[in-house]
Write a protein that binds this ligand. Structure first.
Ligand SMILES: *Cc1c(COP(=O)(O)O)cnc(C)c1O
Length: 350
């Protein structure tokens, strides 16, 4: 990499595609829903959509979080299945239906609004009903499930919606808790079947459980982190999966025994990053101060303005990936990557 004027997040297309392929191989015969939230985990939604289109199979799909993201994906993936699960406004529902976006439904009130929008639009909405199995974020509570199922099935019979999926999200706090959640999920799916509809998709697991708990998978896995090569914090390496992104930043000044690295807007990355190491062509250097836009590296010895520091990425003995850096401050790799603002230039490489 030549001399930089600012920080660069280098994102590897081939790495991304290899990760997707490794995840697909591992979860087969389940299909993959590639999760794209938070600007594709900081990698850039446009880049990630374009890259992934070629890698997804006929039954795979994109997981968009909100309708705005889903519409952006639709713009560059006209044929792909796209799923948006956050509760949205009526205007957003209408736009989603026009763009053939599948909708996640986690409340009775939202189901009613989707049915109304679908009736107005004239083509049945494809909905995925979400049962809350303990996370208490979004999801239909078990005590309300029977009533919501009855409404959904009636609307399906009336040709207003298609119940295309049933799903939940696991807490992944412990295997035992996830087992209880999975049992609740199966009971809820059974109720749906008994009420007269069998959705095409059942989805339960995100990266970690999709990988390590095959018995909990439905026929679709919603995977974000592992496709971007973000392993679980304190978790093992994932065979066949490597980080997609590396962050490089220039040494912009050397002042006495301190060298200043322009890491760009890591958006309030905490000063607790002090003590982590960055790689440099002259060996690893330890972070001694962090402020809003710069990091200061102790022991400038030998460093020169124009040198490139590897904030995370392979080689040069710094932190190998965003997760290693995150582990320094007791958090997850997503936390580092999604804090990189648009001020950090994304550069796609082969
Ligand atoms: C973020 C998210 C996922 C993906 O989680 P990873 O651990 O990144 O794979 C899946 N499902 C839902 C509902 C999510 O919010």
């Amino acid at each position: 990499m030549g001399a930089l004027t600012g920080p660069v997040l280098e994102i590897s297309r081939s790495r991304f595609l290899e990760n997707i392929a490794a995840v697909r191989r591992h979860i087969t015969p389940s299909a993959l829903m590639l999760v794209m939230k938070d600007d594709a985990y900081g990698h850039g939604l446009g880049w990630a959509t374009d890259a992934a289109c070629a890698a997804l199979g006929r039954h795979d799909s994109f997981g968009a979080y909100d309708v705005a993201t889903a519409l952006r994906i639709r713009g560059s993936a006209p044929e792909a299945a796209v799923f948006a699960w956050v509760t949205s406004s009526d205007e957003e529902i209408a736009r989603a239906l026009a763009a053939r976006i599948d909708l996640g439904v986690g409340t009775a009130e939202y189901l009613r609004r989707v049915i109304a929008a679908s009736d107005a639009f004239g083509t049945p909405a494809r909905v995925h009903l979400k049962i809350d199995t303990g996370l208490h974020r979004n999801g239909i509570r078990s005590e309300d499930w029977a009533e919501v199922v009855a409404e959904a099935v009636a609307a399906e019979r009336a040709g207003l919606i298609r119940v295309a999926g049933v799903w939940t999200h696991l807490a992944e706090a412990s295997d035992a808790d996830d087992d209880v959640s999975a049992a609740e999920f199966h009971e809820a799916s059974e109720q749906l079947r008994a009420a007269g509809t069998t959705p095409q998709w059942a989805h339960v697991t995100a990266s970690a459980a999709s990988w390590w708990r095959p018995e909990l998978r439905g026929n679709l896995c919603r995977v974000g982190a592992f496709c971007y090569g973000i392993r679980s914090a304190e978790g093992p390496e994932i065979p066949g999966v490597l980080p997609v992104a590396s962050l490089y930043a220039p040494v912009v000044a050397v002042d006495g025994d301190e060298a200043i690295i322009a890491t760009g807007a890591l958006h309030g990355l905490p000063s607790t990053l002090v003590g982590a190491r960055v790689g440099t062509p002259r060996g690893p250097r330890t972070i001694t101060r962090v402020d809003a836009v710069t990091m200061t590296v102790v022991d400038a010895s030998g460093l020169r303005p124009g040198d490139t520091a590897t904030v995370f990425g392979p080689g040069e003995a710094g932190e190998g990936d965003a997760t290693s850096l995150a582990e320094h401050i007791g958090t997850v790799g997503e936390e580092i990557l999604t804090r990189l603002t648009t001020g950090v230039r994304r550069v796609g490489v082969k």
